[in-house]
Design a protein. Structure first.
Length: 479
């Protein structure tokens, strides 16, 4: 009695399923379709040449054994491979393997469908080269200096940092999958995502970790369409253990790219792989994404990273100086931390500018050099006035120590300086009354309102005090 090809393959799958892990079975056996059984030769269809090569490299002994078990000693297996050529004038075709015809399996794009370094023929550090029979080690694209050891933790990033470290210690096994990090640009999302990848690589050397920017993903997908290798593209990403994708908001409105990303995301998540995503905006504010993808972004943890407070900014500068083996006066460090408040990237850029100016022009690093550099730098960064900066200007104007403005002393000159700091904070910042009070001696919002009213009354009745206010206002605006 002639055997049915579907039944034979189902019997094979039952045996295979008991001998491979769930992930391997779902990835490499579920997509296979049995086509025919003629003369004891079972033909199965696989999605791509890469798929065939992977089966031949990793599962050939198991496949041969199960075929012999089902069809006897004379049983053989042939592959029908879909050659996906999506260029104009090309239709999908299938080839049979094994074959002695090298030309039949020639798919020019397979050898390097994702090459972003055209023109270079050797030592291409490119994670997108599809591994064939010869396994290629994936370049994770991680920056070694962006480690947890070099990441300064503060109130503004504590949740994100703690979640990131938990993920790195147990990738794919925590409830933080995906881990969605969001913040305005320059606040450390990329650094933290690299740190997660580096820590995973150190803890689990056998895991494949890949960091890439969304623009890379888009570019590689376009190349895969042009060269007819979408299947290989998808299969490559489905093999990643920890996928870190930066600036995911740039995928907005790119429907085909999003469809592929959705497939990759689903496969990785279902197979217990870790996904880390960064964005300039939270998931709920993403536009140009379909609801099914946004809902998946919400499956794990969305952690925001805010602008660092003064203490954290000072710590960031000190850490950078320590790593570079450079000493800098404390007043320069504080001035820099007070001056640039909304971007860690800009803060480090200004620090590098100061060090470069000192080194190249043989100048001593002092407050005058810092002011000269920062004044030029700030014009191009459009920094906002901060509460801390206002406090610094007020204290310098009245020759008071900075820490005394937040003390409990009731001395008249201290109280007046504190009230002026509250007044200008309300005028020049977007901070709430509660936030201003918290930064000015841990006062409540009613105290801030009283301070504003008092300053306005004194401006109307005390000419000398009015001059103070006008002078301070000019100094604050000059920052």
């Amino acid at each position: 009695m002639e055997k049915n090809h579907i039944k034979v393959w189902n019997n094979c799958l039952s045996f295979i399923q008991d001998n491979v892990n769930i992930q391997g079975y779902k990835t490499w056996f579920e997509p296979i379709e049995p086509l025919k059984l003629i003369d004891n030769v079972l033909t199965i269809q696989v999605p791509s040449q890469f798929f065939y090569e992977w089966l031949e490299e990793h599962y050939i002994k198991l496949i041969r054994m199960v075929i012999k078990k089902e069809l006897g000693a004379s049983g053989r297996l042939e592959y029908s491979i879909i050659m996906d050529n999506s260029l104009p004038g090309h239709d999908k075709k299938s080839i049979k393997l094994p074959t002695s015809s090298k030309e039949a399996i020639n798919n020019p794009a397979v050898s390097m469908p994702y090459n972003m370094n055209r023109g270079k023929t050797k030592d291409i550090p490119n994670p997108f080269i599809i591994p064939g029979i010869k396994k290629v080690k994936v370049n994770s694209q991680l920056v070694e200096s962006n480690s947890f050891a070099n990441f300064v933790e503060g109130d503004s990033n504590r949740l994100a940092r703690s979640a990131g470290y938990a993920v790195a210690e147990n990738p794919g096994k925590t409830s933080f999958n995906p881990l969605f990090l969001y913040s305005p640009t320059g606040l450390g999302k990329t650094h933290l995502s690299h740190a997660i990848g580096l820590q995973v690589r150190e803890n689990f050397p056998d895991k494949t970790v890949l960091y890439l920017h969304s623009n890379q993903f888009i570019s590689q997908f376009i190349d895969s369409i042009r060269h007819g290798n979408q299947n290989d593209f998808i299969h490559f990403y489905q093999m990643i253990d920890v996928l870190i994708i930066d600036d995911v908001h740039l995928l907005a409105a790119k429907e085909k790219t999003l469809d592929v990303f959705f497939q990759v995301f689903n496969h990785l998540h279902q197979n217990g792989k870790q996904i880390v995503i960064t964005s300039d905006i939270p998931p709920v504010e993403l536009t140009g994404f379909n609801n099914r993808l946004i809902s998946r972004f919400k499956w794990g943890l969305a952690a925001d990273m805010q602008a660092p407070d003064l203490e954290t900014r000072i710590a960031i500068i000190q850490k950078k100086l320590y790593n570079d083996g450079i000493e800098m006066p404390q007043d320069v460090i504080e001035y820099l931390a007070y001056s640039i408040t909304n971007s860690v990237r800009e803060l480090e850029g200004a620090l590098i500018s100061i060090m470069a100016q000192s080194s190249l022009n043989k100048k001593e690093i002092n407050i005058d050099l810092a002011k000269q550099i920062i004044d030029k730098y700030v014009k191009s960064t459009n920094r906002e006035i901060s509460i801390e900066y206002i406090q610094k200007v007020v204290c310098e104007y009245f020759s008071l120590p900075l820490d005394i403005i937040n003390s409990k002393t009731r001395k008249r000159e201290i109280v007046q300086a504190r009230q002026l700091a509250m007044f200008f904070s309300k005028k020049h910042t977007k901070s709430s009354l509660a936030t201003i009070g918290q930064h000015c001696g841990n006062k409540d919002h009613a105290t801030v309102l009283h301070a504003v009213k008092t300053v306005n009354n004194l401006v109307d009745t005390d000419k000398k005090f009015k001059n103070y206010v006008d002078d301070l206002d000019k100094k604050i605006k000059l920052q």
